[in-house]
Design a protein around this ligand. Structure first.
Ligand code: C2E
Ligand code: CA
Ligand code: CA
Length: 440
């Protein structure tokens, strides 16, 4: 080939390589480069450690100081990491503010995280120092491990495990994680089939009025019946929340409940209000309300027959966006209940700001009745606030007559728990209503 052209192709190759493998902001390798470089190290016979590092609140940093400063910060963090690791180790920027580090040889996890934290906690950019926080996930690779994506996933899981924990800056992937992951994968592999085969069933748990002993409501609770074996929602709901399958499940459950309500309306003159759990993921979905209203109308059910339960975690204080959604939901005629009250981090202001009808007091408070005087006083204070705000109260997980007596005394409105009934399948629930017909 003509020398001139040969040079040209070389330049292009170089450029192409850069485009494909180099992150222009930090000059480090990118995700592709990380995969390739780690692959090269896999054959080396010594200890290997995969680290995922990201900058806390990087989005806010960008917003506050602008993208140029943001880019500069990424560059500086990349440089700091590079200084701290050996030449034979790897650091790349995998995405946004996420760095992948791969260490070959003996590593003292405490030491490396301490040094990373220390060196990155204050970064000088241009004209001043910035205080930075980072989060780190660590996977100490097993000898047999050859799947790089799976190594990254494990480091990410370790990283995610410290989310929300105060003053914890790194997490390490452990055996427990491994087992959890196997289980999650198993659940994920069965879920689509689960809906197709109608394996998700609905149970109803009655809610009884403390004043009249009438059935005034019931909560719809999902059960996964996999070949006769019941999997509890505590096992699969968190997985579905993570992979967003919960949006599909919520809608499926909602439709099934509407079908049941339609049938009950044909049998009984009056039916208890049915509470349905709705996840944050569903609420935040585009067209959520339109879709749910359409289903409601399809079965001649009225929004007024239904109360939507959202967990306290979902309503982050006076989150304007959430408030807007809930106001629309309320406008259509649905009731709104705050689930697991007292377990989340929301402030009391939320109760005043959000358009709520009902407060469900978490079982953990009920369990302490008669045991810890202080907690009991807390329930009384919650009751005072709810009465002032004209909210209905439901006590959850009530098992003992002593608890019922106490809840009656402090004027809690409804009681839900094994004391009256466990969640019942639809047939048993209809019978329960029949037997207590005069009680609705
Ligand atoms: P949750 O909404 O707080 O539901 C109450 C849980 O307490 C239910 O567990 C219920 O069976 C249980 N429970 C009720 N009374 C008693 C009692 O007296 N003693 C004890 N020990 N437990 C009692 P379950 O059915 O296992 O549901 C667990 C969680 O799964 C629910 O907590 C809810 O957050 C979620 N979940 C259940 N069904 C659905 C659903 O259809 N959609 C969504 N998004 N989440 C659901
Ligand atoms: Ca609930
Ligand atoms: Ca609850």
């Amino acid at each position: 080939m003509n020398r001139k052209f040969k040079n040209l192709t070389l330049i292009n190759k170089d450029k192409l390589y850069k485009l494909a493998y180099i992150d222009p902001i930090t000059n480090l390798g990118n995700y592709n480069a990380y995969l390739e470089r780690v692959k090269e190290k896999l054959e080396i016979n010594s200890k290997k450690t995969m680290i995922i590092l990201d900058i806390d609140k990087f989005k806010s940093f960008n917003k506050e100081y602008g993208h140029t400063k943001g880019n500069e910060l990424l560059k500086r963090v990349g440089e700091e990491i590079k200084h701290l690791i050996r030449k034979t180790d790897i650091v790349c920027r995998l995405a946004n503010d996420v760095f992948g580090i791969f260490l070959v040889g003996e590593v003292d996890v405490n030491d490396i995280t301490e040094r990373l934290n220390k060196n990155i906690s204050r970064i000088y950019i241009g004209d001043r120092w910035y205080n930075i926080r980072i989060s780190i996930g660590i996977y100490i690779c097993s000898k047999e491990e050859k799947n790089i994506q799976s190594m990254i996933d494990k480091a990410i899981m370790a990283h995610d495990s410290i989310k929300g924990k105060y003053n914890v800056t790194y997490g390490v992937f452990t055996e427990e994680f491994e087992q959890k992951m196997v289980k999650e994968n198993e659940i994920e592999s069965m879920m689509i089939e689960g809906i197709e085969n109608q394996e998700f069933e609905i149970y109803y748990q009655p809610q009884i009025s403390t004043k009249t002993e009438q059935i005034k409501g019931a909560e719809a609770l999902v059960r996964w019946n996999k070949d006769g074996k019941i999997i509890s929602p505590g096992e699969f709901i968190p997985v579905f929340e993570k992979n967003h399958f919960i949006i599909k499940l919520d809608q499926y459950i909602y439709e099934k409940v509407c079908i049941d309500i339609q049938e009950m309306k044909e049998i009984f003159k009056e039916i208890p209000k049915i509470s349905i759990n709705i996840s944050k993921e569903s609420l935040f979905e585009k067209d959520f309300l339109e879709k749910y209203i359409k289903i409601t109308n399809k079965y001649n059910v009225k929004p007024n027959d239904i109360e939507l339960e959202i967990t306290e975690r979902t309503t982050v204080n006076d989150d304007k966006y959430m408030k807007g959604i809930l106001e629309q939901v309320k406008e259509k005629g649905f009731g709104i209940a705050i689930d697991d009250f007292g377990t989340g981090y929301s402030s009391l202001i939320m109760l005043e700001v959000m358009p709520i009808d009902t407060l469900k007091i978490d079982k953990s408070f009920i369990d302490r009745i008669g045991i810890n005087n202080k907690e009991v006083n807390l329930i009384e204070i919650i009751m005072l606030i709810t009465k002032k705000l004209k909210l209905k109260t439901v006590a959850e997980g009530v098992e003992k007559s002593k608890q019922v007596e106490y809840l009656k005394k402090i004027n809690c409105d409804l009681i839900q728990g094994y004391f009256y009934s466990k969640p019942l399948d639809f047939e048993a629930f209809k019978n329960y209503i029949k037997e207590n017909k005069n009680k609705i």
